[in-house]
Design a protein around this ligand. Structure first.
Ligand SMILES: NC(=O)c1ccc[n+]([C@@H]2O[C@H](COP(=O)([O-])OP(=O)(O)OC[C@H]3O[C@@H](n4cnc5c(N)ncnc54)[C@H](O)[C@@H]3O)[C@@H](O)[C@H]2O)c1
Length: 247
């Protein structure tokens, strides 16, 4: 699909080297945006950017200096920032109950998923404020709304992201900047491929539509949320769960 919905806009997609982020980056590029994939995987990121015709910067979203300096560099190069989608995320320990979860695993998941959301959201808003326009989208998860047994680290982190969206959305509600979240159920990516099979079955069995979501369904919704059309929505975490969460 090619159209001009994002013509003259600049977008940063974290975690854009693979999975959901890559699909969103591809769609935004086709629809006219100048896109930067930022990802900690340099090899995948460089190859993806070349393939879809966008730019790449290596970033660890859990690292304040890495996020701050890269967002500054992109803003200085492009002269503006309109869209920031934070897709970088990890699952961490899964298929285990809380009593068997090491603290290091818990902390690592919070560092990437919560601190990463905080840093990327904060820096994006700083660069959107001068134009009084922006669309921030933080990818959360159904696990943050419902709580998945066997995934306490991940569910905790994504509930944190949903809280961040509610709070930051309200803080900027009187500006041209919106902050929203997206809570997918299961979409087949490397993240899911690397999970315990029993854990994946637990999650997919709970989807009333009895199937996984597709990358196209995900990208369609995400791109609408970050488009100028979505002007009366902020602080909300949209559902993409085949009926599992109806709120
Ligand atoms: N796939 C699903 O079913 C699903 C469901 C709900 C939520 N999500 C969320 O969607 C987001 C994307 O998931 P995905 O399935 O595309 O995963 P993925 O593993 O396919 O891709 C994630 C990307 O993030 C990058 N990344 C990881 N840690 C990073 C870090 N610290 N700094 C920078 N980049 C980092 C990886 O290199 C990778 O390119 C995640 O936040 C995930 O929790 C996914």
């Amino acid at each position: 699909m090619t159209n001009e919905r994002f013509k003259d806009q600049v977008a940063i997609i974290t975690g854009g080297a693979d999975g959901l982020g890559l699909h969103i980056a591809t769609r935004l590029t086709h629809e006219g945006a100048r896109v930067w994939i930022v990802d900690r995987d340099q090899e995948l990121g460089t190859a993806a950017a070349e393939r879809i015709g966008c730019e790449f910067e290596p970033v660890d979203v859990a690292d304040e200096v890495s996020v701050t300096s890269t967002f500054e560099k992109i803003n200085a190069t492009a002269g503006r920032l309109d869209v920031m989608v934070n897709c970088a995320g990890i699952v961490g320990p899964n298929g285990v109950k809380i009593e068997d979860v090491p603290l290091s695993g818990f902390e690592q998941v919070q560092a990437v998923n919560v601190r990463g959301s905080f840093l990327t959201c904060r820096e994006a808003i700083k660069h959107m404020t001068p134009n009084d326009y922006g669309r921030v989208l933080l990818v959360a998860s159904i696990a943050g709304k419902e709580g998945n047994a066997g995934m306490v680290c991940y569910s905790t982190s994504k509930a944190g992201v949903i809280g961040m969206v509610k709070s930051a959305g309200k803080e900027y509600a009187e500006t041209g900047i919106t902050v929203n979240g997206l809570a997918p159920a299961v979409i087949q990516t490397a993240l899911v491929d690397n999970m315990e099979p029993e854990q994946v079955k637990y999650m997919t069995d709970k989807i009333p539509m009895k199937r996984c979501g597709t990358l196209d369904e995900l990208a369609s919704m995400a791109c609408w949320i970050v488009s100028p059309e979505a002007s009366f929505n902020t602080g909300f975490t949209f559902d993409l769960s085949g009926g599992r969460a109806v709120y």
